[in-house]
Design a protein around this ligand. Structure first.
Ligand code: NDP
Length: 294
């Protein structure tokens, strides 16, 4: 029986950049840490800092009540834990591996069926944000499990509990990532166009950042209209948007840059015009996104 002052031991399975940051943070905060990774050498630094390397997934599960999974995806979870199901009863599995909401729900059912208490997590920071209270992780699953694990979870980041449905944390995470990746590619596209004109990233980034900083106001203005299903063309018109996107696409092509990203945007805008929304706001495009025509 552990002493009242001793922190609970934590197992971290999966030692990519994220899992290593998590295991290191638990070590720094005084938790006994057991680790396991398919490629054993990734544990070397952590073992040197005091972590215990388990011989296999079953031993890793057995070492702690709290087990953090930081794997590439949920297929990796089945690959790792499939041979260790006898060690699952009584564990609190905190799955911080990214995947779809549907796969998160199936994983929760699988783990619960094998006697584990299970939480889905979606980490919204990079590894260097682990251990920082300003970073946030979405969680979902049984509220009682979340509350029982909360203190251990909050060693890593702040928590944002989204609800009982185990798919919700994955959903909220993927919603963020949808904005992150499309915006990141748009960023690279603009830099490629600038570069074709001999302008370095450092010169344009302040201007691109100004546009990025305006987005929360933009989201805030349009979201009540979207929730109400109203798309008045009082502030913008889709027809104007088509012309603007077309200018971006032609600027890319004139510069000899891959225009496929912006041409995809243009095709979606043109579909909205074809559907009769030329005089509506560009937000009317959400109707086509909700019900895509095959
Ligand atoms: P990586 O993909 O770099 O590493 C994850 C780990 O998964 C590795 O240790 C790898 O083992 C293991 N793994 C993958 N497939 C298998 C398999 N079939 N069997 C056994 N082990 C396997 O991911 P990260 O560490 O970067 O991230 C972990 C999770 O966190 C991912 O789901 C990611 O999407 C998410 N995330 C990551 C962020 C980041 O900035 N890195 C930010 C937010 C979320 P091995 O070392 O042997 O290859």
């Amino acid at each position: 029986m552990r002493e009242a002052t001793q922190k609970p031991s934590v197992t971290v399975i999966g030692l990519g950049p994220m899992g290593r940051a998590m295991a290191g943070t638990y070590l720094d905060s005084g938790h006994p840490v057991t680790v396991w990774n398919r490629t054993t050498s990734r544990a070397d630094d952590l073992v040197a800092r005091g972590a215990t390397l388990a011989a296999g997934p079953a031993e890793a599960l057995s070492a702690s009540e709290f087990v953090v999974l930081s794997l590439t995806d949920l297929d990796a979870m089945y690959a790792v834990l499939g041979s260790a199901i006898d060690a699952l009863p009584g564990r609190m599995l905190i799955n911080l591996s990214s995947d779809t909401p549907d796969k998160a729900r199936a994983a929760a059912t699988w783990a619960g069926g094998h006697g584990a208490r299970y939480l889905t997590g979606g980490v919204t920071t990079s590894p260097d944000g682990i251990g920082d209270r300003d970073s946030v992780t979405f969680y979902s699953g049984p509220k009682s499990v979340f509350e029982a694990g909360r203190e251990v979870l909050e060693v890593l980041t702040s928590t944002d509990y989204r609800g009982e449905d185990p798919g919700l944390a994955a959903l909220y995470y993927q919603l963020q990532m949808g904005v992150f990746w499309t915006t990141s590619l748009a960023f690279l596209h603009s830099l490629a166009v600038a570069d074709a004109h001999g302008i370095k990233a450092a010169e344009v980034v302040p201007y691109l950042s100004t546009t990025a900083r305006s987005m929360p106001d933009f989201f805030g203005f349009y979201s009540p209209r979207i929730d109400a299903g109203e798309h008045p063309g009082d502030v913008d018109r889709l027809a104007m948007g088509v012309a603007s996107v077309d200018h971006v696409a032609r600027t890319s092509k004139d510069a000899g840059v891959d225009a496929s990203l912006i041409e995809t945007v243009l095709a979606i805008f043109e579909r909205g015009v074809k559907a009769g929304h030329a005089e509506s706001s560009f937000t009317s495009l959400i109707e086509g996104l909700r019900r895509p025509v095959a």
